[in-house]
Design a protein around this ligand. Structure first.
Ligand code: THU
Length: 160
């Protein structure tokens, strides 16, 4: 019998100003696009911003539907647009944020399992770790890659 431990490193910032300029820009882009999310059912408006290898920023937000499974999260809206239009460009970083029903930054936010799997595909496809910035009301959590958000993930093989 053997036990293994999986360690996730999360760097936490209390203040946006502690982050490097390009991270701050990405978070501000996510906050801006969150306002134009289509979220009449949940009232939870999510914004995602991707920094591509050429410095370009691509944004997306959640798009809901009366038939709820048809809707799409902000992360995949941005990611699939990026991969469709720039199939040769790796994604270097992702920022996500959300505005709650009261119009405040959401207290907590982390990508859903489906988005983690979708993001992991891009990380593996380009062999390029995607820095993940989770922007919430009281802090910003930074992870070095998507893989750490999805231990024991499915990739045809196990990619711990
Ligand atoms: N949502 C996202 O867009 N991204 C996440 O990381 C979590 C959830 C959306 C889906 C749905 O439109 C709304 O937030 C409430 O779940």
């Amino acid at each position: 019998m053997q036990q293994s431990e999986f360690k996730i490193i999360i760097t936490q910032y209390k203040d946006l100003n502690e982050l490097p300029e390009n991270d701050r820009q990405l978070i501000m882009a996510a906050r801006e696009i969150a306002f134009s999310a289509y979220a009449p059912y949940s009232g939870f408006k999510v914004g995602a911003a991707l920094r591509m290898s050429d410095g370009r920023i691509i944004t997306g937000n959640n798009q809901e539907n009366a038939s709820s499974p048809v809707g799409c999260c902000a992360e995949r809206t941005a990611l699939y647009w990026a991969n469709a239009n720039f199939p040769e460009k790796p994604v270097l970083a992702l920022a996500i944020t959300a505005i709650d029903r009261a119009g405040n930054l959401a207290a907590h936010l982390s990508p859903c399992g489906t988005c983690r799997q979708a993001l992991l595909e891009t990380e593996i496809r380009f062999n390029q770790p995607i820095r993940v910035l989770l922007d919430s009301r009281n802090q910003i959590d930074v992870l070095n890659n998507v893989k750490s958000l999805l231990p024991l993930s499915f990739n045809g093989e196990c990619v711990i």
